[in-house]
Ligand binder design. Structure first.
Ligand code: AMP
Ligand code: MG
Length: 407
């Protein structure tokens, strides 16, 4: 059988992303529940933050232009201003006791910190230092100016973003509803824990990684369970998925063996592109739709499932969820291993380490086999090595850390 050339990984990702459409509608969400969600509208501040100039320290507010205010001179304290309270306009020749977060009174332009003062028995205060204009004052709008756009449509919100949104008085934001992803595992050999294994059987492990990774993208999982290597069962599972989900992800059954039924089922129920990709681990990957519901068929080897989900399916899922920044961001680190040049782009399971000199290195797990899931669990990153590139110790490699950005 003649084989078409393997498709470059970047070309597959480009094709997928250029075809990705927004699959979710917008809905409002309370700001407390917004981390992990993707914005469906810009968030604009109606106010300045802070709304009024306030003190960044406990001390005394004063006017630096007041000639009566000199170092060493006992000065009367004419007011006491705590956070949440507005003081009187500052009187000439006096100080106002002020606390962190309290508004700067009219007429004052600086705060001397209390550690730079001494208090006399009669309550008057002498300065040990004279502050410069603006010292220890947080000016109006220092953090956010009224009218500023805090976040744009397509931004995936984080907990710190929720704090910034709350700081401008907004209680609810528009986000896209979480995508519903149906997950199925194909293979006659698969058994769910804790059932005992009969001869020839293995435990279904892909399911657990896939579900966990999808949940970390704040998407909903619809569990289609185990699907035997049987044409009818495959069609039935795909139809169930298409009826309930925005996207179906399966593992296994996309090679071109006689027991790979996904292709035939898809050709009947929808459309399928079976791609042979120049990726290791990985290679076969199917993309298509079941009666209009997008479908990803990931390869069955557990490491291949993990790598193709992260590098290929995840950016597509994020874009379909409405996110704008969807590609994983690489770091660069020196190789602490060697490997011969290959004919596919390889994602090595590596451990990223840095030393006190600020150098980053990656060591590779000794067994890079596509069935060795221990390599993924040992690793904290994937190192990308391109076609024809031999790895020598010290070579600079592109590295994608795991465990953030939902992987
Ligand atoms: P396939 O892509 O169906 O040809 O499967 C490739 C390899 O991955 C075979 O060794 C399968 O037994 C294994 N495999 C497929 N699906 C799973 C799964 N859900 N969990 C663990 N191993 C799997
Ligand atoms: Mg199979």
């Amino acid at each position: 059988m003649s084989q078409s050339p393997l498709l470059p990984v970047d070309e597959v990702i480009d094709r997928l992303l250029s075809g990705a459409m927004l699959l979710a509608e917008a809905e409002p969400v309370a700001v407390v529940g917004c981390p992990g969600r993707t914005l469906a509208g810009d968030v604009v501040s109606a106010i300045n933050v802070p709304a009024a100039a306030n003190s960044s320290m406990d001390g005394y507010a004063l006017s630096t232009g007041d000639t009566a205010i000199e170092v060493g001179v006992p000065l009367p304290v004419s007011d006491r201003i705590a956070a949440g309270h507005v003081g009187q306009p500052l009187q000439h020749g006096t100080l106002a006791r002020i606390f962190t977060g309290a508004p700067i009174p009219v007429g004052a332009d600086a705060v001397v910190i209390q550690e730079d003062t001494e208090t006399d028995a009669d309550g008057s205060v002498r300065l040990l230092e004279k502050p410069a204009p603006g010292d220890n004052v947080r000016p109006v709008g220092q953090d956010i100016a009224a009218g500023a756009t805090l976040f744009k449509t397509g931004h995936r919100l984080r907990p710190q973003d929720a704090a910034l949104i709350a700081s401008v008085g907004v209680a609810e934001v528009p986000v896209y509803r979480p995508l519903r992803i149906a997950v199925m595992s194909t293979g006659d050999e698969l058994v769910e824990p804790p059932m005992p294994l009969a001869a020839g059987q293995i435990y279904n492990s892909n399911h657990y990684a896939l579900i966990g990774m999808i949940r970390r993208l704040d998407m909903e999982v619809i569990d289609l369970g185990l699907v035997p290597d049987d044409r009818m069962a495959t069609e039935a599972a795909l139809a169930r998925g298409a009826a309930q989900a925005d996207c179906i992800i399966s593992s296994g059954g996309v090679s071109v063996g006689e027991e790979d039924h996904v292709k035939a089922a898809l050709e009947k129920l929808g459309r399928l592109d079976l791609w042979r990709i120049a990726i290791k681990p990985g290679k076969p990957l199917a993309f298509g739709d079941v009666a209009g519901t997008p479908f990803f068929g990931l390869p069955g080897n557990p490491v291949s499932t993990f790598v193709t989900f992260n590098m290929i399916a995840k950016p597509w899922l994020l874009k379909s969820q409405g996110a704008l920044e969807v590609l994983p961001q690489p770091l660069y680190a020196g190789a602490d291993f060697e490997a011969p040049a290959g004919t596919r782009r390889e994602y090595f399971r590596v451990r990223l380490m840095s030393n006190e000199a600020g150098e980053m290195k990656v060591a590779a797990f000794p067994n890079q086999g596509s069935g060795v899931m221990t390599s993924v669990c040992w690793a904290n990153a994937l190192a990308e090595v391109d076609i024809g590139q031999a790895v020598r110790r010290g070579d600079r490699l592109k590295v994608f850390p795991l465990d953030f950005g939902g992987s």
